[in-house]
Write a protein of this length. Structure first.
Lengths: 199, 199
């Protein structure tokens, strides 16, 4: 059985939970609070030297970090990953987009507004995070205007990866009403069998 | 034949060049200077709405962006990607590490010092970029102390992805002499058949 070391309110950890639930794979969840140093202990760093959740403990005892690498590992050979080579590359294209052009803005804005006190110096980052986050949402909007899902024609781990922080973007100050195709896609993701909410 | 839209001095674009050379796949290279707006033209955004190089034009005419998704696509089914599922996930683990925990610090420090004038306001970012970049190098050092390559026991696209900006980290002010295992690994990568330099 898999063990997920994760923080329930983290979008990156939610990706793993959602995939495991939808794949019907049993798992144990160990809550690790990264906001209180839980990923910086000697014990945690022995599992993942990069000090981040989620980290998946595999059935052989090894540890696999990086939310989107975990998604790919869990989904390979299942309907959650496209069956053709180009479809898999498209899923990865959007998963790398998510980690480089989306999460560092949309998730970080949410973190600042949700976890840091009102007068915190990091609020100065918000205008740039808003600008870049809206750029990412505009790229998604343009793509979703022509196709129901991100890769391979059907629901996949690319959708799970992008859903995690997009559906909670309002917490970071993003008004999703400006993105009708993104909003409709969020509804399609929510309506998938065995969907579970963040938290 | 593939066409690479890329900038010769960009590490992300170099990854694609190195993989194509080592796989012996013919390609055409179209130079796009992202520092002079080449990725923001209407024509370029029609190929990649996210406005980034590299973007690979496939043999069917479609476009695939995201350097590490391109690497995976090119390497699937070749010796540059591990043949087993966990090995592929390990390659992706390090490729996501590269894009989230390495490139945003080590490549950006190089960009500021190489492309921006001496008194530019973005120099203020350098202390944080140095701190985070050294964290990434320390994670690599720890991993490479016990294994010659990043994933699956042999040279793979995970090594190509991490080599691109690590081997040129000195330009960003990083002293690699502090990382003997990383330095030895750089030598192993350079000694691979059909290796070509950045540029």
């Amino acid at each position: 059985m898999f063990t997920v070391y994760g923080m329930a309110d983290s979008g990156n950890c939610y990706k793993v939970k959602l995939a495991l639930e939808q794949l019907g794979k049993p798992y144990r969840w160990v809550e690790v609070d990264s906001t209180k140093g839980g990923t910086r202990t000697k014990e945690f760093l022995a599992m993942n030297p990069n000090g981040k959740v989620p980290t998946l403990q595999l059935e052989d005892g090894g540890f696999l970090p990086e939310s989107n690498a975990i998604l790919y590992y869990l989904a390979e050979g299942t309907p959650l990953l496209p069956a053709d080579k180009l479809g898999r590359a498209r899923a990865l294209q959007w998963m790398f987009f998510e980690q480089y052009s989306h999460e560092p803005y949309i998730a970080v804005a949410r973190f600042i507004l949700r976890y840091l006190p009102g007068g915190h110096a990091r609020r100065a980052e918000l205008p740039r995070l808003q600008e870049r986050g809206h750029q990412a949402l505009a790229v998604m909007e343009r793509h979703l205007a022509g196709t129901p899902y991100f890769a391979g024609g059907g629901y996949s781990v690319a959708d799970i990866a992008l859903y995690a922080y997009t559906h909670s973007a309002a917490v970071g100050g993003f008004d999703l009403a400006r993105y009708p195709a993104v909003s409709a896609w969020l509804g399609r993701v929510r309506s998938q069998p065995k969907h579970v909410p963040l938290g």
